[in-house]
Design a protein around this ligand. Structure first.
Ligand SMILES: Nc1ncnc2c1ncn2[C@@H]1O[C@H](COP(=O)(O)OP(=O)(O)OP(=O)(O)O)[C@@H](O)[C@H]1O
Length: 320
């Protein structure tokens, strides 16, 4: 990575994609003019409900989908102007586990390195196999590998040309917890070495833990893009959870007008806008209903709450 380093690893300006319809199905506008800049060095999470357009976005950069309009740059290079140089800067781990099952992991990585024109002395086959915990399978046929091992080999394939940007599309789907942890340790290590990581995931907890920047896509549009900490502050709400001595069966008197629910464990959860309600008043109301308190705590919103507010709940509000 001796060339001058760009400010952004990936850039999209007015990016549009319409899939043509056919045989009775209408054309589908999967991206409606996306502007998104992914800072170099970040671990960037691209989140959104099924069908939001995440894979389409990623696949345009990977060269698997042709955009309809707009500009896309990888490591500062326009994919239309110099596609070869742009693609040399990116490694993409696709969602689907499609790979040639008749080769061994070691052969698979060597073939891929050859495909990218990496000279033999510069290849990192052994290093990648070791880092991904595939050492003892290096000479096994790919068809003998488990799903999790295949997924790690896909990560390896995306890394053979040492790209400064690594994109992972749902990398941990179907991977058990231990393998997920291993995979993330490796990805975090790559990020420490300077590799920009872009990932889509359905595991919001995973995004909350790993990503420093997050974009939320809904219906082909970016509805939020900011540092994770700012995103989490967007919902300026908190939840007061009161654990009663006896599990509650009905919402106590005085909470009818509030956003209060009884959780499956019988506790009362009251969500309120920060600064607009007093916890002391709520406790007072609770006591006045005659119920007794065993324990109390407050909860901050997590990424899932923000995600739901910006996607599904926003959709409901539009159709209401
Ligand atoms: N080849 C295609 N032809 C027609 N429509 C497509 C094609 N690929 C995707 N679509 C449609 O474009 C929209 C966006 O799909 P895309 O796969 O980008 O979403 P996604 O956010 O990655 O979803 P998921 O999380 O389910 O992978 C969807 O409505 C999908 O049905």
């Amino acid at each position: 990575m001796s060339e001058s380093q760009p400010e952004f690893a990936l850039e999209a300006y007015g990016l549009k994609k319409t899939y043509p319809g056919g045989k009775g199905s209408p054309a589908k506008e999967a991206l409606k003019g996306v502007d998104l800049q992914i800072p170099r060095g970040s671990i960037f999470g691209l989140l959104g409900p099924n069908g939001a357009g995440k894979s389409t976005f990623i696949n345009i950069f990977a060269g698997l989908v042709t955009k309809s309009e707009g500009t896309a740059k990888i490591w500062g290079v326009d994919i239309d102007k110099d596609p070869r140089r742009a693609r040399a800067a990116i490694g993409v781990v696709p969602q689907e586990l499609n790979m040639d099952v008749f080769f061994t992991p070691s052969e698979t990585l060597e073939l891929m390195a050859g495909f990218y024109g990496v000279p033999k002395p510069e290849r990192r086959t052994q290093e990648i196999l070791t880092a991904l915990g595939l050492d003892d399978k290096r000479d096994a046929y790919v068809r003998q590998l488990s799903g999790g091992m295949k997924r790690r080999l896909l990560v390896g394939k995306a890394l053979v040309h040492n790209p400064p940007v690594l994109v992972l599309d749902e990398p941990t789907a179907g991977v058990d917890i231990e393998l997920r942890r291993q995979l993330w340790e490796y990805v975090l290590e790559l990020n420490k070495q300077g590799v920009t990581i872009v990932l889509t995931t359905h595991y919001l907890e995973e995004a909350q833990e790993l990503c420093d920047q997050i974009a939320i896509v809904n219906h082909g549009e970016v509805v939020a893009c900011e540092p994770k900490a700012d995103l989490l502050k967007r919902l300026d709400s908190k939840t007061l959870v009161i654990e009663p001595v006896e599990p509650l069966s009905a919402i106590p008197a005085g909470f009818e007008a509030q956003d209060a629910i009884i959780r499956p464990d019988g506790s009362l959860a009251i969500t309120y806008k920060f600064g607009e309600a007093s916890v002391a008043d709520m406790i007072e109301t609770y006591r006045a209903s005659g119920a007794r308190i065993a324990d109390l705590r407050t909860e901050e919103p997590d990424l899932e709450d923000v995600f739901l507010a910006l996607t599904y709940q926003a959709d409901e509000a539009k159709t209401a």
